[in-house]
Design a protein around this ligand. Structure first.
Ligand code: SF4
Ligand code: SF4
Length: 306
């Protein structure tokens, strides 16, 4: 229950077992649904909307019209292969009726206790590897009360708890959750204000202020930069990152490799995010950014030696 006496729950998109790259040891990564940024290169577009969404895998569809028949809301218009997101009540009836698994309900509301139950099935692996659980998204900090409750439960079971955040949150409101994290991965993307607004959206000042506060107040924070060719990889942006981190004595950066698998998911959720077509430059871009950081004396993780 929260302070108002209501049951706590949060929308969960996916629970990924046996993750090896989201913190130490073997982990379960929990992807929350809902995000307060809109990065042009988003690799998890199905996590942006906090509501569950019906995914449509067109290549599996048998054109049997069963989904259209069972939908009480008349949300499916088969002739143009669209699901009307405004009419759809996310009931899941069509996904259960589809004989071809061409429809999938993405996202479910879980309580902290139910989520912990899902995570604990792999406790022997966490215990033997020094692993645990990583909260990712979407943006977990959209649900600070839920996160506090979940982390209390997880830590009572002895799990190492890690948070991945894009940093747009109210620091005071989220402090109880942040203070419970054993490790915080904080993503920094673009410094230039105009480019930030165009390619990410709002919240620039909040994000940089939160990054600084976490570092200065001694939180166990590691900074990461997703390397997106043509968006975050310019020499000026990397220089700005180096200067920003040096300001509070940090010289460690984790680089995140871009992949374009998210672009197929845009079609599945019938989203309107443009496809960037930048995969071909991803590896060269990662190498160049890693080189620039190392030449400036930074310790770099997530990129092979250049
Ligand atoms: S989830 Fe329910 S309301 Fe939405 S399209 Fe399917 S049957 Fe219709
Ligand atoms: S029920 Fe499934 S297979 Fe049949 S038309 Fe709908 S999406 Fe296609």
């Amino acid at each position: 229950m929260n302070a108002a006496g209501a049951e706590l729950s949060a929308p969960i998109l996916d629970i990924q077992r046996f993750s090896l790259h989201d913190g130490p040891g073997i982990r379960t990564t929990i992807f929350f649904k809902g995000c307060n940024l809109r990065c042009a290169w988003c690799q998890n577009p199905e996590s942006q909307d906090a509501r569950p969404v019906i995914g449509f895998y067109a290549q599996r569809c048998l054109h049997c019209f069963v989904c259209e028949t069972v939908c009480a809301e008349h949300a499916i218009r088969h002739e143009d292969e669209r699901i009307g997101q405004r009419q759809c009540m996310r009931c899941g009836t069509c996904t259960e009726a589809c004989p071809a698994t061409a429809l999938k309900l993405m996202g479910e509301f879980l309580s902290p206790e139910a989520l912990l139950g899902r995570v604990l099935v792999d406790k022997p692996y966490y215990d033997s590897s020094g692993g645990g659980v990583t909260l990712s998204g979407g943006e977990p900090m959209l649900y600070p009360d839920f996160v506090v409750r979940f982390l209390k439960l997880a830590q009572a079971e002895g799990l190492h708890c890690c948070l991945e955040t894009a940093g747009r949150f109210d620091f005071a409101r989220c402090s109880p959750a942040l203070e419970r994290c054993d490790l915080i991965y904080f993503d920094i993307k673009i410094f230039d204000p105009e480019s930030f607004t165009t390619n990410i959206g709002g919240g620039r000042r909040t994000i940089f202020s939160n990054a600084r506060m976490l570092a200065l107040e001694g939180f166990p924070v590691e900074f990461r930069m997703p390397v997106i060719a043509g968006y975050t990889d310019s020499a000026a942006n990397v220089n700005a990152l180096i200067g920003f981190l040096r300001d509070f004595g940090c010289e460690r950066v984790h680089l995140l490799r871009y992949h374009n698998m998210g672009e197929a998911k845009i079609d599945v959720i019938q989203g309107d995010q443009p496809k960037l077509g930048i995969q071909a430059n991803a590896e060269a871009s990662l190498t160049a950014v890693a080189r620039q950081l190392r030449q400036a004396g930074c310790e770099v993780f997530g990129a092979t030696n250049d």
